[in-house]
Design a protein around this ligand. Structure first.
Ligand code: HEC
Length: 273
C-alpha cells in the first residue's frame, strides 16, 4: 500500500464499516480492527458479520414451483380411495335388470297366458270374472281357498251341491256358482283332467293375487301369506315343485311352521273348511 496516506486508508476502512453497519470504535481503532480484537477475546459481538458461509444457492425454479403448488388436502385421499368402489357400483348399476326367472311369481306369469283369454291380460275380465283391483282378494281372503277353486273348477262344486264359492260374507255379495255368465270356471288340476301341476297352480294364483289384484307383499295384511306361499324362497312352492308335498297333505306336513298353512285339498268344500 505504499503511496496511500495512512489516514485515507483509515477513512476508506471506516466507510466500508459504515456500509456494513458496524459502529466505529470509541478508541479510534477502526470497527474491523475492533471486531477482530473482540473475536480474539472470544466475546460475543453484536452485528458481527457471520462467518464465511456463502449464501445457499437459490432453489431451481422447478423446486420453487413444487413447493408453492397447492397440496391435495388430506381428506381428499379418503374420497379418492372410494373411487374403485364407486366404479364397481356403477358397473353393477348399468347391468340390465334381470327378470325374475324362478319362484312362484315367475312361473305364474307364464301360466297366466292360458287364463288371459277369458280373464283378460291384466285381469279386467271377459268370458271369465274380473281378477284385478283387489277382486280376487275379496272372493278369497285366504289363498288356500283360491288354490282349491282353481284346481277343482266350478263344476265339481255344483256337483257337490254347493251354491257359492269363496268368502260367504264377501263385500258386494258372495259369488254364486255359474252366476257370472252361466259358464263354469274350467278345472285346472290333474285329478279332474286339468293340465296344470300344483306348483303351476300356486304360481298362477300368486300372480293373480300379487300382480293382477295388487296385494302388497310388504303390507301387514299380506306379508305373512306372501312369504309362506309366493316369495321366491317359499318352501311350500319348492315342496310342490319336487313333489315332496301336495295340496292334500301340505297342511299336515308343514303344521309346525310359523304361520302354518291351512288345508288346501282337491275336493270341493266350503271356504275356510
Ligand atoms: C274358458 C274361460 C276361462 C278360462 C280359460 C279360465 N277361467 Fe277362471 N273363470 C271363468 C268363469 C266363467 C268364472 C266364473 C265361474 C263361476 O261363476 O262359477 C271364472 C272364475 C275364476 C276365479 C274366481 C274369481 C272370483 O273372484 O270369483 C278365479 C280365481 C279364476 N277364474 C282363475 C282362473 C285361472 C287361474 C285360470 C287359468 C289357469 C282361469 N281362471 C282360466 C272362466 C275361465
Amino acid at each position: 500500500m505504499a503511496g496511500i496516506p495512512e489516514h485515507l486508508l483509515k477513512r476508506a476502512q471506516e466507510a466500508r464499516d459504515k456500509a456494513a453497519g458496524i459502529a466505529p470504535a470509541a478508541d479510534g481503532a477502526t470497527a474491523s480492527e475492533n471486531v477482530l480484537v473482540k473475536v480474539a477475546e472470544n466475546k460475543p459481538v453484536a452485528n458481527a458479520p457471520t462467518a464465511s458461509a456463502p449464501p445457499p444457492p437459490p432453489d431451481p425454479s422447478y423446486v420453487v414451483a413444487a413447493n408453492s403448488r397447492k397440496k391435495i388436502p388430506f381428506w381428499a385421499m379418503a374420497t379418492l380411495s372410494l373411487l374403485p368402489l364407486w366404479a364397481f357400483l356403477y358397473v353393477l348399476a348399468i347391468q340390465p335388470q334381470e327378470k325374475i326367472v324362478e319362484g312362484p311369481l315367475a312361473v305364474g306369469a307364464g301360466v297366466y297366458g292360458s287364463c288371459a283369454g277369458c280373464h283378460g291380460a291384466n285381469g279386467a275380465g271377459g268370458a271369465g270374472r274380473v281378477l284385478y283391483q283387489g277382486e280376487v282378494l275379496k272372493t278369497f281372503p285366504k289363498i288356500e281357498d283360491m288354490l282349491s277353486f282353481v284346481y277343482i273348477g266350478s263344476q265339481q262344486y255344483v256337483s257337490a251341491g254347493m251354491k257359492i264359492y269363496g268368502n260367504p260374507d264377501r263385500e258386494g255379495g258372495a259369488h254364486a256358482l255359474l252366476s257370472y255368465n252361466g259358464n263354469p270356471m274350467p278345472q285346472q288340476g290333474e285329478k279332474y283332467g286339468g293340465g296344470l301341476t300344483e306348483a303351476e297352480i300356486l304360481g298362477v294364483v300368486c300372480h293373480e293375487r300379487y300382480e293382477l289384484s295388487g296385494a302388497d307383499p310388504e303390507s301387514e295384511e299380506w306379508k305373512a301369506e306372501y312369504e309362506l306361499w309366493c316369495s321366491p324362497e317359499s318352501e311350500i312352492f319348492a315342496g310342490l315343485e319336487t313333489g315332496a308335498v301336495n295340496f292334500d297333505n301340505l297342511a299336515e306336513t308343514y303344521a309346525a311352521m310359523p304361520n302354518a298353512p291351512a288345508h288346501v285339498g282337491t275336493d270341493p268344500r266350503p271356504s275356510g273348511k
